[in-house]
Every structure is written in C-alpha cells, then in structure tokens.
Design a protein around this ligand. Sequence first.
Ligand code: PMV
Length: 360
Amino acid sequence: MIVNEFILKPYKQLLENGAAAYIAPSNIALVKYWGKKAHQIPANPSVSFTLDHCKTTTTLKFEKKTSEGFSFDVFLEGVLEEDFKPKIEQFFKRIEIYLPFLSAYHFVIETSNTFPHSSGIASSASGMSALALCLMQIEQQLNPNISKEFFNKKASFLARLGSGSACRSIEGDLIVWGTHANIEGSSDLVGVKYPYEVHQNFKNYRDTILLVDKGEKQVSSTVGHNLMHNHPFAEQRFQQAHSNMDALILIFKSGDLDAFISIVEREALTLHSMMMSSDPYFILMKPNTLEIINKIWTFRAQTGLHVCFTLDAGANVHVLFPQSEAIEIQEFIKTELAVHCQNGHFIEDKLGLGAQPIKI
Ligand code: PMV
C-alpha cells in the first residue's frame, strides 16, 4: 500500500551533513487499539490522552555516505544499543519510499527517556514519534516550503509505520486514530486532534502511572495484535470500540465523569479479557494490579471522587483523575497505592500538548 500524498518531488540537492532533534510524548489510550490489518492499519478506532512528562528526546545526526543500504548507530542514554537495530531497520524499510534520503546518509540516533528504561512503560510510542519527527525535520531542511500541517500529518503517518500507537504522539491533548463514522477527519493512516467540544472537566486531566512490574513485556505488542486474528470475540470487540467512541463524543461534551469512568475502565478490562481469551492466552495483570483496582473502587465508593484506572498491555496501572480532585487523590495514591508498586515507584503525569523541536 503506497500513499502518494506523502511522496514529495525528488530533492534538488542533498545536504552534506546536519542534525535534527525532537522531544516527543507518550500517550495513554482511553479506547484501545488492539488488533491490526496489513500495513499497520488499525482494526478499530482509538482515542488517547497525550502525556506531558513521559517523553523521549532524540537527536539525529546525519552525514552523506557512498555505501548502499541503510547505515545507522543507535544510543540509549549514551550506550550503544544493538538490540534496537532490527526494529529501526524494519522501520526504515517501510518508510524509505516516503523519505528517499534514508539510504543516502549514515545516521547517529541518540535517544533518552524521562521515565526509567526498565520501568515497564512502553517507550515505543514516544520513541518512534520522536524519530519520525527528526526525520521530518531533515525532510523540511531538504524541502523548506512544506507546511506545519503537512509536517505533523506526515510525521504521524511515518510514526504509525514504526509503532501504531506512536501516530497519536505528535500533537495533544486528545488524539483520535482510526476511521470513525462520526468523527470528522478521522483516519486509519494518521492520528488527528479530536475535533469537537471538550468540557472543562477534562482540561489538565491527571495520569499517575503506578509501576507494578518493571520487567520486560511478557507479550510484545506485535504478538498481541496478532492474537486478534481468528479471536472468537474479535468482531464484537471492534464494534464495541466504535460504540465506545460514540459514547465518548457525548461524554467529552457534557463532562459526565461517571460515564467517562465506566467507558475507560471497561476498555481496559476488555483489552485484558481479549488477551485472556486468545489462543495462546495470557494474564498480564499481577496480584498488585488487582489490589490497586480494588482499592480504587473502594475509595471511589467511599469518597465519591472521580478516580479511575486504565491499563496498557502490561501490569502497570494508569490512575486517571480530574485536576479539581488532584489533592485528595494524590494523597490516596501516596498512602494507599504506592505500597503496591515496585520500590514504591510511580510517575505523576498529566495531559500534554504534544511534541516540540529542540534547538541544537
Ligand atoms: O503501538 P503498539 O503496537 O505498541 O500497540 C499499543 C497497544 C495498546 O497500548 C495496548 C493500546 C493503545 O491503543 O495504545
């Protein structure tokens, strides 16, 4: 599948060398993307909060070379990472048609995360988005008249080909990816800003990430998405995602936090139910994940505060709550939930506005 919109005219002249740098955020899905078709096309639409604190910073230096093929070195926190090479090599292969300069240069990719590498937080969304943005910055140096809108759109398109959810990590603060009949401009190819009214209740929404299990992911997302092929409940799940998106359109407008909580927690548990009922099957929650969920439910029933949880494909818990209730809920997290985290470790985050270029 080739999308001509993202193929520009041949460059008049290549630069000898140069550099690009970007800082890009992670994101947390409210309606989850789980299951994909060929060419990184999502099986259902998703919507996410862009985060503010959990970010990846990437610097990309490039220098003309004469050899064939791709050539790059990748460093994480200053350490050469051979393990990252196959994923980046595959990414370059997928996007070369859109960025023909890729085989003309040797690249040095230097990357670092604001969250600890071993935290169990997926760095692929922020990492792939930062890399895609750096590549777009080079494209802009070769083609100075591309618009900001095209820049972001193509960056999202490229990031998706690195890691699906990365296409939601270019802008903020609420991003939709995947075609939905009632969301104008929504697309399977790129993440777009949620286009409708959003109630004050969702401004500066908080996400405190509880690090329950900092280990390697038990199931890679590639394996996970593939489990949705031939899954007995796949079709119903994809339909449910569409109707949950419809429900969220009304909720974002009205600010109904109880309805929001019901959708978000159901989405998280459905994601895990899909894994628990696939072949092979997995349980990615840990005993502490369930302890935390139960404590959140008890606290919510006792206080009436609007705290809820969501989960990625792992054991860590994202605790979501409105800014107006932050003081009481942060206190609850510190005194009641932190004991269930590895070494008491959690990260306080909130909605963010998207990626930023860095001057170098
Ligand atoms: O972008 P991927 O292929 O790593 O998939 C991410 C899937 C979830 O994080 C579980 C859900 C989502 O929509 O982000």
